[in-house]
Write a new protein. Structure first.
Length: 149
C-alpha cells in the first residue's frame, strides 16, 4: 500500500516537473518573441525609415521592454539547459557557465531601456536611444545563441 502511494506520488511529481519544464520554454520563447517584435521589427523599421515614426508604438514598445527585460533571467533557470523545443535557436553551453557576464548584460540592457524610455519622446530621441538597446539584445545572441540545424 505504502509502496503504491509512493510510486503514485513519484509519478505525479515527474508529470509536474515535465509540465513546469515545458512552461519555462514556452515562456522563454514568448518573452523573446515579444521583445523581438519591438526591437527587430517595429522599432527597427522606424529606425531605418521603412515605416513612419510612430510615438504611440515607441511608447508601447518601451513599456513592453520595461516589463520583459527584468524577467529575462527568470526564463533561463538552470533546469532548462536542454535545447528549447519551441525555439529555432539553441543556447551555447557556455551560457550556463557565464552567469556574471549574463547578469551584466541584462543589467546594462535594463538601464539602457530605462534611459531610452525617457529619451525616446521624439523621433530624434528615439534614434539616439535605439542602437544601445539593439546592441544589448544582439550582443547576448551573438555570444550565446546559434541557429538550430
Ligand atoms: C542574456 C542574453 C539575452 C538577452 C539580453 C536577450 N536575449 Fe534573446 N535570446 C537569448 C537566447 C539564449 C535565445 C535562444 C532561446 C532559447 O534557446 O530558448 C534567445 C532568443 C531570442 C529570439 C528568438 C525566439 C525564438 O526562440 O524563436 C528573439 C526574437 C529574441 N531572443 C529577441 C531578443 C530581444 C529583442 C532582446 C532585447 C530586448 C533579447 N532577445 C535579449 C538570449 C538573450
Amino acid at each position: 500500500m505504502m509502496r503504491a502511494v509512493i510510486a503514485a506520488t513519484a509519478s505525479m511529481l515527474a508529470v509536474t516537473a515535465v509540465l513546469a519544464q515545458s512552461d519555462v520554454y514556452e515562456q522563454r520563447t514568448a518573452l523573446m518573441k515579444a521583445q523581438g517584435q519591438c526591437v527587430y521589427r517595429d522599432m527597427s523599421k522606424m529606425m531605418k525609415g521603412e515605416s513612419p515614426y510612430d510615438q504611440a508604438k515607441v511608447n508601447e514598445c518601451f513599456a513592453k521592454l520595461k516589463e520583459t527585460v527584468p524577467k529575462i533571467e527568470s526564463v533561463f533557470p538552470a533546469s532548462s539547459k536542454a535545447p528549447n523545443p519551441k525555439s529555432d535557436y539553441i543556447i551555447l553551453d557556455k551560457f550556463w557557465d557565464s552567469k556574471a557576464d549574463v547578469d551584466a548584460r541584462v543589467a546594462k540592457l535594463k538601464k539602457d531601456v530605462d534611459e531610452g524610455a525617457s529619451k525616446a519622446t521624439s523621433e530624434a530621441g528615439f534614434k539616439a536611444a535605439y542602437p544601445a538597446i539593439q546592441q544589448g539584445c544582439s550582443g547576448c545572441h551573438n555570444e550565446y545563441r546559434k541557429k538550430k540545424g
